[in-house]
Design a protein around this ligand. Structure first.
Ligand code: 0A1
Ligand code: ZN
Length: 881
């Protein structure tokens, strides 16, 4: 671990092409019980395009160098030096074979980068810079080599030995050992290297590509999970087909392997031909996985598969370009999920996430553009900005060039850059070249951070029959960017007449707006659009489908919102109107709370919700979404600062109860209309029914009346699937009913052997609003099922408490902050990546009142006084700047 002597800042402006290239990488990995030896044979050549240096600098971390040879000759110690994670060699030839033997200790590697052991299985994680923990290398994505990998291990403990590409040789060795040799025909950067050794079972299937090649599909899991692979396999086949149909992309190897591991820092990893997945993103069964879990598996399987083209065939030149592969691939997986289910519901979920998490990130001290210009630790930049805002930027390009234009652009991009390591600018250039358009102002979305605020005003003139919309855009200053330029913003709109129809849009001057894609393109700080032939005052529906990642400020009356909620042609904006209506009612209640008055919710909202619950012509999935109250975190992000933690919580609870009591008849009849399913199917209708029933149950449980509690207990006992069981479990545990301790015990007894269900058990308890939750969380950290080396467990218990339990985490006595700081300090040594993710929570101190802000900063300073990993160092230093 590098310690507090201010780790170096890496800058995009200082990018230089590599002086040396590696054409071939031959690895021989010999796994022994106490250590692993890696022999790397690297075919190195000077990069004639750029090279000035005659010394070669390789990077490595936590390695013991046992041997070093150039063209089979040992290198004398005087000709190389090792210092601070580098191996420098002077006077190397223009082309040569470098042989290195390094010894590593995977069993003691708790960082989960490089080669490590998860539940007895060896596996790797090399993105972004984990390969340097395996051997000294040019660990940068613009160095691409062809790899062969020979793995050797004890046969009975590690019968399965996997790496990228195709197996080309295998055999038995002395002393019960065996080996397998793999060859990957595609050159790749080392971050896509992977290796697995374990005792795994496999589920197999096949896929025939559009050109008729047969691909063998294999999912490797622990034997007890064999029955939980069907959904992942099915999702994989649908992803392969979809990428052929929608992007014309075919799979390129004979095998596609997925391995599930329980200890994993992220969701999954797209290593060429050998994806490694967090078990939570691959395993699914009716009994153990919720509908949301099924959805997550489908989208992560798709995401990693799509990387085969957007990431692997065409990769990133440097890590500043991360959004080139991640923004584009998230966009692709979002499109896929939309095509597999409800486009609108998927869009709502994605936007909700963006507005809750990314908007918060972009207004805090870690704010950065989707293409950052500097970093200390690249692992800190796997963010919602790079991923989700990056996807929004790609989505806007598609909106600007149209669906066909976008396909032309992506075809050109893949064709032009296949086998290369390129930049975000190359992607935009391909879109421009394929469509002959100018995206020069649009490029600012890549370099400018912060969420633009879009203020809109409107005016109807009956006499001139015009409707005028004025847009004013402004992006607030962010760290390192005091001045902002106006962005190119596509705003999809409709003007809705009193019967709910969209009016034809014609601007003064005669320009007609395409009725199939009605978009206004903003480029100036202020722009005005005058629509003519508008005979009655319309209701404006703005930013349909959330056409740009901006904060829209357009004050509309509650009646107008209720009208849009019922009539907007755009499903996303129907939902958005319902949320705005709820927020506006909550604002009244919060103000009341602060004056010690109890405010009843406006009848406009109660009536609108009644319609949702009773109108049988409405789409069930949409009804369920619209009835969901915004989370406290969403509200905290949206409402003025300092965040009124308690007022938000109490008012939201009060609103929930008021709605439950005014609409209890309608909600109870939903429970009757959609009784528990006796068989589980993951299909739209069933998912919507469960979602609506459980939402109503959640409202009704807030009243804590005996009949509902009885119903909830029955659902807990009788549910045939995890969605229904967990909903009932959560409603009970978050109530103040005495039955809950028994339910907590029963749930654990039933599921103690299912690690992913135990995660849910931790999560529900950690997010309980009751005042004793922190004590309970501390107790649970001593539970046999808790494991401080497992990121899933840490996220489920510590993460859920700090992220999903605002009233308790932000307790004004500071106990939540002190608890989090203790965990960051402990994790900093074990797993810097996870520690730094936890530290990010503390960067939001400026959003809170002085007392809380002071307490958070005190804890940040306490963390800062420790010897820190670069990961935590960067976050804490930026937070305290
Ligand atoms: N590229 C993967 C995400 C990933 C990133 C970093 C990791 O370890 C530090 C692991 C996975 C994806 O986008 O799915
Ligand atoms: Zn990705």
């Amino acid at each position: 671990m590098k310690e507090n002597n201010a780790p170096k800042t890496i800058r995009l402006s200082e990018y230089r092409a590599p002086d040396y290239l590696i054409d071939e990488t031959h690895l021989d990995v010999r796994i022994f019980s106490d250590y692993t030896d890696v022999t790397a044979q690297l075919h190195i050549r000077k990069n004639t395009q750029t090279a000035v240096a005659t010394s070669l600098e390789l990077v490595g971390a936590d390695l013991e160098l046992l041997e070093i040879k150039v063209n089979a000759e040992p290198v004398p110690e005087s000709l190389y030096s090792i210092a601070d994670e580098t191996l420098t060699m002077n006077n190397v030839p223009g082309q040569f074979i470098l042989t290195l033997v390094t010894r590593i200790d995977p069993k003691r590697n708790t960082s989960l980068e490089g080669l490590y052991v998860s539940k007895g299985m060896y596996c790797t994680q090399c993105e972004a810079e984990g390969f340097r923990k395996i051997t000294y290398y040019l660990d940068r994505p613009d160095v691409m080599a062809r790899f062969t990998t020979r793995i050797e291990a004890d046969k009975s403990s590690y019968p399965v030995l996997l790496s990228n590409g195709n197996p080309v040789e295998k055999g038995d060795l002395d002393a019960g050992r065996h080996f397998v040799k793999w060859e990957d025909p595609f050159k790749k950067p080392c971050y896509l290297f992977a290796l697995v050794a374990g005792d795994l079972s496999v589920v197999e299937d096949r896929f025939v590509t559009s050109s008729g090649r047969e691909v063998s599909l294999q999912i490797f899991v622990e034997p007890q999970d064999l029955d939980k692979c069907d959904h992942a396999m099915d999702s994989l086949k649908r992803s392969m087909k979809w990428d052929e149909n929608v992007y014309g992309r075919e799979y390129d190897l004979d095998i596609y392997m997925i391995v599930a591991v329980s200890h994993f820092n992220m969701g999954a990893m797209e290593n060429k031909g050998l994806n490694i997945f967090n078990t939570s993103c691959v395993l699914a069964s009716a009994e153990t996985t919720t509908d949301a879990g099924f959805q997550r598996v489908e989208s992560v399987i798709a995401h990693e598969y799509f990387h085969n083209w957007s990431g692997n065939r065409v990769t990133c030149r440097d890590w500043f370009q991360l959004s080139l592969k991640e923004g584009f691939t998230v966009f692709r997986d979002q499109q896929f999920s939309a095509d597999m289910g409800s486009e609108t519901v998927n869009r709502i979920d994605d936007v909700n996430f963006l507005k809750t998490v990314q908007f918060a990130e972009d207004s805090g001290p870690m704010s950065h553009p989707i293409r950052p210009d500097s970093y200390i630790e690249i692992n800190n930049f796997y963010t919602t900005t790079v991923y989700e805002k990056g996807a929004e930027v790609v989505r806007m390009i598609r909106r600007l060039v149209g669906v066909d234009g976008f396909r032309k652009g992506s075809d050109l991009y893949f064709e032009r850059h296949d086998g290369q390591a390129v930049t975000c600018d190359d992607f935009v250039q391909a879109m421009e070249d394929a469509n002959q358009i100018d995206l020069s102002q649009f490029r600012l979305w890549y370099s400018q951070s912060g969420t633009p605020c879009l203020q809109v005003s409107s005016e109807f003139s009956a006499s001139s029959e015009t409707f005028t919309l004025t847009f004013k855009q402004e992006t607030p200053a962010t760290p390192g960017q005091p001045e902002k330029k106006p962005l190119h913003i596509p705003v999809a709109i409709g003007l809705v007449d009193s019967t709910g129809n969209d009016l034809p849009l014609e601007l003064e001057g005669g320009t007609r707006i395409d009725p199939d894609n009605p978009v206004l393109e903003l480029k100036q700080p202020t722009e005005t659009f005058v629509f003519r032939n508008i005979k009655e005052k319309p209701v404006a529906s703005l930013l349909r489908g959330f056409s740009a990642p901006v904060r829209l400020q357009y004050p509309q009356s509650r009646e107008a919102l209720a009208f849009l909620m019922a009539h907007d042609r755009d499903g996303f904006n129907r939902w958005s109107a319902s949320q705005q209506l709820v927020v506006s009612v909550l604002e009244d209640m919060i103000a009341g709370f602060q004056n010690n008055e109890s405010v009843q919710p406006d009848s406009v909202l109660v009536d609108a919700f009644r319609t949702l619950l009773t109108d049988s012509s409405l789409d069930l999935a949409m009804v369920a979404k619209m009835l969901e109250l915004p989370t406290e975190q969403f509200l905290a992000e949206l409402l003025p600062k300092p965040t009124q933690v308690d007022a938000i919580h109490q008012s939201r609870e009060a609103l929930k109860q008021a709605l439950a009591s005014s609409l209890s008849t309608e909600m109870t009849s939903v429970l009757d209309r959609y009784p528990l399913h006796t068989e589980y199917h993951y299909r739209d209708q069933d998912v919507s029914e469960r979602s609506l029933r459980n939402t109503c149950m959640y409202y009704l449980m807030s009243l804590e009346q005996d009949d509902v509690v009885e119903r909830c207990l029955n659902q807990f006992k009788q549910a045939c699937n995890m969605t229904d069981q967990l909903s009932a479990f959560k409603a009970l545990v978050h109530s103040s009913r005495s039955e809950k301790s028994q339910v907590i015990e029963q749930f654990y007894q039933r599921w103690s052997n299912e690690s992913l269900v135990v995660d849910q058990w931790f999560m529900v308890q950690a997010s309980a609003p009751q005042a004793d939750t922190l004590e309970r969380v501390k107790e649970l950290m001593n539970h046999t099922a808790f494991d401080m080396t497992s990121p899933n467990k840490i996220r489920a218990l510590i993460g859920a408490f700090c992220n999903n339990n605002p009233v308790n985490f932000h307790n004004e006595d500071g106990s939540g902050y002190a608890f989090l700081a203790d965990q960051i300090i402990a994790l900093n040594k074990l797993n810097p990546q996870v520690a730094s993710r936890m530290a990010v929570i503390m960067t939001r101190w400026a959003n809170f009142d002085q007392a809380r802000a002071g307490l958070i900063k005190q804890q940040l300073s306490r963390v800062q006084s420790e010897p820190l990993s670069p990961d935590v160092y960067e976050v804490v230093t930026k937070a305290l700047k």
